[in-house]
Design a protein around this ligand. Sequence first.
Ligand code: E4P
Length: 217
Amino acid sequence: MKFFVDTADIDAIRELAATGLVDGVTTNPSLIAQSGRDFFEVIKEIASVVDGPVSAETVAMDHETMLQEGRKLAALADNIAVKVPLTPAGLKTCKALSDDGIKVNVTLCFSAGQALLAAKAGAAFISPFVGRLDDISYDGLDLIEDICQIYANYDFDTEVLVASCRGPLHVTEAAKIGADIATVPPKVLHQLYNHPLTDKGLDAFMKDWAATGQSIL
Ligand code: E4P
């Protein structure tokens, strides 16, 4: 499973990229607003720090303007994936950009039918939002299972990018299902490291080692 980081916080991205665990980055207009920075500057900076795809989202509602925005965003760096919403205009734009060889991430997916349409429109990535489905008492992971099954049935190349991950279980359950990618806030990536028995075991090893009076270096 690939890990994308879901943030526009360049310091957090740099820190996590240094671990070698980051395969890409996703942003959205809310994350850009939170960063307080210029959209184009921050996207270019992220794209220079991370080798993998960096999703930058369009904000127009109509196809023609969305297409212009998508082309402008794609020109910022070789590793930009243009993010468009799962609307008729978004899927038309997805098809046009994909035909031009630009990677498109179709976002705000909440049903298997929507995911099927995105794959047929040539999306490189589909972003189903598991956390937001959980928020309204639907099991977001059921949707991941359905999409993975449908894409396997028809050999679609579209990668399932599990979005709106709220904790480590969303990541590991999605990995069990076989989703291609999880995009996670930095906090969730840090949470994946944690286990109380790791901390407890390490404490005991360090105490016992100190008692030997030896050193490795
Ligand atoms: C990623 O592409 C999505 O924009 C993001 O995961 C949404 O997460 P949220 O539901 O926590 O805002």
